[in-house]
Ligand binder design. Structure first.
Ligand code: NAD
Length: 509
């Protein structure tokens, strides 16, 4: 195996993307409905794929089960599986620039962000390889004449279903641990952004081929959720669903998984509070709050979309924040100067605009934004201005529902109890940001707020070694960290008698 130069045709330019899906290692035209992907900066159609239909899914799942059971894969020791993951990371890194360009075209995101996401996906494969090589099964304390062990085995076939907002990160977060654990994977990207998953499919396919491993271990199956996704979830060969997406979809998948008594992990939506206490450093808090909501144009599950500011600092802080929000540079993701890129799709921009209109009817004051930008540059793109609203109670729909766009709602608070009550008054529990110089208060509040991740004096930082997931309606289970691989395995306990004697009847201990 070599660490080589750019991976050739692994990542086609958007205009050359073949209309193929990957069915158990075989590239072919899907049998399903067309999937159109659009560059949201221009409105131009990038490609129209033939999506995978239920027949493609059935074949992919059956062949995945065969590949998962293939002794070349099933018997592969951990350090050799780790080598495969490193090879995938090498190929991603070698092609990071083109993956980044492809993802910017597909999602609209800024190039700096998509480049960082590509490298972070490679990092996910590398961290998972390290965790895999050092994972240990336990010999448990015996209570009789036997040795007891707790073993971890692959589930078999994993359905990985991902959203459009950070495709390569979500895909890698599932693919790396699922393969590390010894499974085969059916990857279903979102309808609006299938291109990066297909590029990742080419990379994994190449790495499997080079290593003479069964190529049926990976399928990439774009298509509508209600058709392709549903067929994956209900297929009898699929033993687990790893899902990232909206809470409504996640709940439906959990119901379907319950029918099969199949495990499911759910990374869902959020309405995360960021909190500025009286003593927060102004510059640090301003930069953090702006980044927390307006980076990725607010299309981030952890977007800090509700800002709570101590009443004593409210007017000064919000005034400075609005001035900064107005100065953010809106433009195409391909322009290095851009800070706020277009939204993923014109239909999503319309949904964000509808939420701002709803907020107006609920009594919101629009402090800035609240419209698409004007001018020739923005005419055809799915742009929306960074928007700051206040004047709403936390019970308003705009404060309770995930908007998933560049819309920040600011609310004052009086004291810690009032703050905690408002911050936790949401069905979600994904993330929280705290800006303060008071360590004791930071610690106290971090423990009182319902959130899977709390950032103190920083925001939207992610580490592969730190578990990630939500509380309440934000999800079930954790990804990443040393235990991330365990979510893709089944546990088996083994008792091995050692004294060779027949069991006495009264052996119960
Ligand atoms: P979505 O729920 O509409 O779709 C997510 C995926 O599920 C897509 O691939 C879609 O095709 C598929 N799907 C839809 N219906 C399905 C069905 N019936 N059966 C099987 N699959 C189905 O979400 P979205 O709009 O693509 O993404 C945005 C959402 O994702 C937001 O709510 C965001 O907060 C959430 N998200 C969460 C995290 C996290 O880690 N917690 C990360 C990113 C995004």
């Amino acid at each position: 195996m070599t660490v080589d130069a750019p991976a050739g045709d692994l990542v086609p330019a958007p205009e050359r993307t073949p209309d193929e899906v990957l069915v158990a290692g075989e590239w072919r035209r899907g049998g399903g409905a067309p999937v159109e992907t659009v560059d949201p900066a221009t409105g131009r159609t990038l490609t129209v794929l033939a999506g995978a239909d239920a027949t493609d899914v059935d074949e992919a799942a059956r062949r995945a089960a065969t590949a998962a059971a293939d002794p070349r894969w099933r018997g592969l020791p951990a350090h050799r599986r780790a080598r495969l993951l490193h090879r995938i990371a090498d190929l991603i890194e070698a092609d990071a620039d083109r993956i980044s360009a492809l993802q910017t075209a597909d999602t609209g995101k800024c190039r700096a962000e998509t480049l960082a996401l590509a490298h972070s996906a490679a990092g996910t494969f590398r961290y998972t390889a390290a965790a895999l090589e050092t994972a240990e099964d336990a010999v448990t304390p015996a209570r009789g004449d036997y040795v007891t062990m707790s073993l971890h085995e692959p589930i078999g076939v994993i359905g990985a279903i991902t959203p459009w907002n950070s495709p390569i990160a979500s895909d890698a977060q599932k693919l790396a641990p699922a393969l590390a654990a010894g499974n085969a994977v059916l990857l279903k990207p979102a309808e609006w952004t299938p291109l990066v998953a297909l590029a990742l499919g080419r990379i994994v396919h190449r790495a499997l081929t080079e290593a003479a491993l069964p190529t049926g271990l990976l399928s990439v199956l774009p298509g509508p959720g209600a058709v392709t996704g549903d067929a994956i979830v209900r297929h009898p060969a699929v033993g687990k669903i790893a899902f990232t997406g909206g809470t409504r979809t996640g709940r439906a998948l959990a119901h379907a998984a319950a029918d099969k008594l199949m495990p499911v992990s759910l990374e869902l939506g959020g309405k995360s509070p960021t909190i500025v206490l009286e003593d927060a450093d102004l510059e640090q808090a301003l930069a953090g709050v702006l980044f927390g909501i307006f980076s990725s144009s607010g299309q981030s599950c952890v977007a800090g979309s509700r800002l709570f500011v101590a009443r004593a600092r409210y007017d000064a802080f919000v005034g400075a924040l609005v001035a900064r929000a107005k100065a953010l540079r809106v433009g195409p993701g391909s322009d290095p100067a851009t800070q706020v890129a277009p939204l993923v799709h014109h239909r999503h921009r319309d949904s964000v605009a509808a939420y701002v209109d709803l907020a107006r009817t609920e009594g919101a004051h629009v402090l800035c934004g609240g419209a698409a930008p004007e001018g020739e540059r923005y005419r055809d793109g799915a742009y929306y201005l960074p928007t700051v609203l206040d004047g709403l109670p936390n019970s308003a729909r705009a404060c309770q529902e995930e908007i998933f766009g560049p819309v920040l709602i600011v609310l004052p608070f009086d004291d810690e109890d009032d703050l905690v009550a408002q911050a936790n008054d949401t069905v979600y529990g994904l993330a929280c940001g705290l800006w303060t110089r008071d360590a004791a208060r930071a610690w106290r509040l971090a423990r009182r707020i319902d959130a899977g991740t709390v950032w103190i004096n920083t925001y939207k930082q992610f580490s592969g070694s730190t578990p990630f997931g939500g509380m309440k309606d934000s999800g079930l289970g954790r990804e990443k960290g040393r235990d991330g691989i365990r979510g893709y395995q089944r546990q088996k306990s083994l008792y091995w008698g050692t004294d060779g004697a027949p069991l006495p009847w009264a052996a119960s201990r």
